[in-house]
Ligand binder design. Structure first.
Ligand SMILES: [Zn+2]
Length: 250
């Protein structure tokens, strides 16, 4: 089947605009996805940083608790030392001495634990300082990337508006309603590809006519009658396999 139309060139132009419009839409979608990725990456890093800060808080509380224990321990030692002067019986005196020794060794343990925690806190503070600095730098960089991509989206949207208005103008200029409807249906069903150029391959084994014509939409070879019709002036043939409009341009 063939369609000869005075709007031949306009139909091809319409297809070209439709393809660019779809590409630009894709570009915007990709940019939006990239922006989301950059944003979620930086917020994941911030979440991780919060965990380090939580850890730091825990250590501070632990330190405070141990310092309380230490104070209690020292008070008990003092109290028992006073009691040493007051007891009369030898057994009681000995028992107090043992109690004081135990408390002193407990005090040593607590002091060691406090030292360990202080060391951990120092390490953590260093890491907090460095991580914070790194995140701040990365956030600055991320903000710049996001704002660049956003301005690219803005520009692309303006360009898209212009393309769409050009497409509408061309569409309105095409008077053949049936061809218009056919193309719109193909755009919808064939992923935006309604009118395609013929694909010519040379096959030297075919001595008499070495050129073979294919629909570049579906890659199926055209029948010999379609192959001869396609070269007629202002004429599309309808691909028998994919129904797209196939055209020839010398
Ligand atoms: Zn086809």
């Amino acid at each position: 089947m063939e369609i000869t139309s005075p709007d031949f060139e306009k139909i091809i132009m319409w297809q070209e605009l439709e393809s660019i419009i779809r590409e630009e839409h894709k570009k915007i979608k990709n940019l939006e996805m990239e922006i989301e990725e950059v944003k979620s990456d930086i917020s994941a890093k911030k979440e991780e940083f919060k965990e380090i800060e939580e850890e730091r808080k825990k250590l501070s509380v632990e330190r405070k608790n141990l310092e309380n224990d230490l104070y209690q321990c020292e008070e008990s030692i003092k109290k028992h030392q006073i009691e040493l002067n007051q007891v009369k019986k030898n057994e009681e005196f000995k028992a107090l001495l043992i109690e004081i020794e135990n408390l002193k060794s407990k005090k040593d343990d607590i002091e060691n634990k406090i030292l360990e925690i202080i060391e951990s806190i120092e390490k953590l503070d260093k890491s907090i300082f460095e991580t914070k600095k790194k995140i701040n730098e990365e956030e600055l960089e991320a903000n710049k990337i996001v704002s660049d991509k956003e301005s690219e989206i803005k520009k692309t949207k303006i360009y898209l508006e212009e393309l769409i208005s050009r497409e509408n103008t061309i569409k309105n200029e095409i008077k053949d309603e049936s061809v218009k409807k056919r193309i719109e249906t193909l755009f919808k069903n064939k992923n935006g590809l309604a009118a395609v150029k013929i694909n010519i391959k040379r096959n030297e084994t075919l001595k008499s006519s070495p050129e073979e014509y294919f629909c570049s939409g579906c890659n199926v070879k055209l029948t010999s009658s379609d192959a001869s019709s396609v070269k007629k002036f202002n004429t599309f043939i309808i691909c028998q396999n994919c129904s797209r409009l196939v055209y020839y341009r010398g």
